[in-house]
Write a protein that binds this ligand. Structure first.
Ligand SMILES: Nc1nc2c(ncn2[C@@H]2O[C@H](COP(=O)(O)OP(=O)(O)OP(=O)(O)O)[C@@H](O)[C@H]2O)c(=O)[nH]1
Ligand SMILES: [Mg+2]
Ligand SMILES: [Zn+2]
Length: 363
């Protein structure tokens, strides 16, 4: 009986896809084929040809796995091998948006160098991750943080974490509140983001609301779409450019979560010289390179108030004469943002950097 149930479950997970239409999935498909045919670089490539030190990149990474990368090269997409020796040099070997040097060895195209990253967005790779940093977008100008008003409901926790990641990575964040057709009003929490000077775009892929404004804001820019699964990241890409035909899927009624339809981060080229990376939805975002002591500096409204705290090393959690908590009481800092601060702070002392602590569990 148990076995039967398991088989049933397995079958449900198998989805049919039109491989011709949804070419990004043909990548994973291709990989298996190519891995069987070619698991090592040609010997001549590794031995005779040292990795170049100074180079002018000639391609841009579209998507990648450990050994293979799709690279935008001479106006077309090319499947390239990744030189094995590169792995020793980079914290994260490749990310969509990376500028790379591709060289040719007979029939093979091989990625032989990765240019310095102007900006990057990254997360910890997990407790056993090697390398410890996972860069999910390189050289982007704008991080489009996508949340939805309903299905799934708006949750600020991830938004606040993405704002910090954007600050660390040198990327401008904008906030897109999608599925506005499902709600009467903007979620009340977003005023706090507007007050911080963050550009907020209420959108709907169903009615087309806000899509033109978003398109205008990202003209000529390189962007990345990030957020929870099922909020409509891939749908937004399709709304911005219907020719893309990116695969989307229903949100589960029971859990209000998406089903992780997008499985690999991938860079898309749109009109008006816009490049957008679509990423798989995530549940939580760990932060790299921020300590609990400096966390408040990444909440601009708290950093401003903190100059008035009595203790120079005030943690704003319990100390007397804390100007941050006074600002919270007077309404200058919202409860939701303060709770986010407490939760992130508590998680920083936990092993995986994600587990919510004992603070701020009210919502
Ligand atoms: N009502 C409504 N539904 C939307 C809107 N945008 C997207 N959806 C639906 O939400 C579901 C999830 O959309 P996706 O675009 O696949 O979501 P995603 O963020 O890319 O999800 P992952 O790839 O799993 O991270 C689909 O059924 C979409 O049709 C919208 O503006 N309004
Ligand atoms: Mg998607
Ligand atoms: Zn304080």
């Amino acid at each position: 009986m148990k076995k039967k149930n398991m088989e049933k479950k397995k079958r449900q997970n198998v989805r049919t896809r039109d491989w011709e239409k949804h070419h990004e999935f043909s990548y994973t498909h291709d990989l298996v084929k190519h891995r069987r045919a070619l698991t090592k670089l040609p010997e001549s490539a590794a031995e005779l040809n040292p990795l170049p030190k100074d180079f002018e990149p000639n391609g841009m990474v579209i998507s990648h796995s450990k050994k293979w990368a799709f690279v935008h090269l001479d106006n077309q997409e090319r499947l390239c091998m990744i030189d094995e020796r590169l792995k020793e040099q980079e914290s994260t070997l490749l990310a969509p948006g990376d500028a790379v040097l591709v060289e040719f060895e007979d029939e093979d195209a091989i990625v032989r160098g990765v240019g310095p990253r102007v900006t990057k967005l990254s997360r910890p790779a997990g407790p056993r991750g090697n390398p410890p940093e996972q860069v999910f977008a390189a050289n982007v100008d704008i991080l489009i943080i996508v949340a939805s008003v309903a299905q799934p409901r708006f949750k600020e926790g991830l938004v606040d974490r993405f704002l910090i990641a954007a600050r660390i990575g040198g990327v401008e964040p904008i906030l897109c509140i999608n599925k506005m057709d499902l709600a009467e009003d903007d979620p009340p929490q977003i005023d706090a983001y507007r007050n911080l000077g963050i550009h907020v775009f209420p959108t709907s892929c169903e009615t087309g609301m806000g899509i033109d404004a978003l398109r205008e804001a990202i003209k000529g820019k390189r962007c990345v779409l990030s957020g929870h699964s099922g909020v409509g990241k891939s749908s937004l890409l399709n709304a911005l450019d219907p020719n893309l035909e990116v695969l989307t899927d229903e949100v589960s009624q029971a859990t209000e979560k998406g089903r992780h339809t997008t499985s690999t981060a991938r860079l898309y080229h749109l009109k008006d010289n816009v490049w957008i990376i679509d990423t798989p939805g995530i549940r939580a975002l760990g932060l790299l390179g921020v300590s609990a002591e400096e966390l408040a500096c990444y909440f601009p409204e708290m950093a401003e108030a903190a100059t008035g705290c009595h203790f120079y090393d005030c943690t704003h959690t319990h100390e007397p004469k804390c100007a941050v908590r006074q600002a919270l009481e007077s309404g200058q800092i919202t409860q939701a943002r303060y709770d986010s601060y407490l939760r992130i702070r508590a998680s920083m002392t936990s092993e995986d950097g994600l587990t919510p602590g004992r603070f701020g569990t009210r919502r």
